[in-house]
Design a protein around this ligand. Sequence first.
Ligand code: PAF
Length: 282
Amino acid sequence: MELIRIPRIMQDTSRGHLLHGRGIGFVPTMGALHEGHLSLVRRAKEENDITMVSIFVNPLQFGPSEDFNKYPKDTDGDADKLRKAEIDVLFMPDASSLYPAGFSTHVEIEKLSEKLCGAFRPGHFRGVATIVTKLFNIVAPTRAYFGQKDYQQAVIIKKMVKDLDMGIDIVVCPTIREHDGLAMSSRNAYLNEEERKAATVINKCLVQTTELIKSGIIDIGSIRRFMKEKLSEKPLVTEIQYASVYDPETLDELERVEKEALLAVALKIGGTRLIDNMLVKV
Ligand code: PAF
């Protein structure tokens, strides 16, 4: 595994591979790698000649009161995991090389960025789209891999790639879950034992709501009420930001579930914000 820190060297390395006709599979991450990230890496390895992973905690996608300064870091552990996974290149740039003084260009995906998480994290998806564009320009991947857990992020990146003719295949891979159903996330590390137990209510809520819809309850009022009641069973859930059914492409809330729908939840347990989702077909 080659470790590259300088964007220009990363760009030249990628160009060399592309000139030799080798396809590049790319997994962008913010580190603190878990099985969810590694499942993306394995998929990228299966489908491409060369596999590249980036680790960069992107300051632009965190709000002023968010967890940028305490975001979990495990650089040595991450490098070990990626070496064992036999990736080809680990790209780990410094913030100053990606955002030098005077940096002033941003990428904004209108409408989609304002919904769901966007309504509670202003500027978040602008930060994500900007860094992902920069990483795509530097790494020049053939395919890039994202998890379904961050469903809105994946929809926004697909839209950006289409609107800006980036010519990169975006592959969205299934959410990887703990044995009790909690979606894997680097932020799960913030939860204490009690909070970790309470967090299982999210997956339970999504599974039971799927069953409810399949049993024929398809109107938004009943579904929303059911989800909120279920999530509120846990006193440690301090804030439910959203919990409802949405159109999987536009992310608009549905009036009735008639074909495929996205069930999505964002809530806070103590100070930790968790999200999860499930697609349901009727
Ligand atoms: O999903 C993430 O880890 C981040 O949002 C990403 C895509 C690496 C951009 O910083």
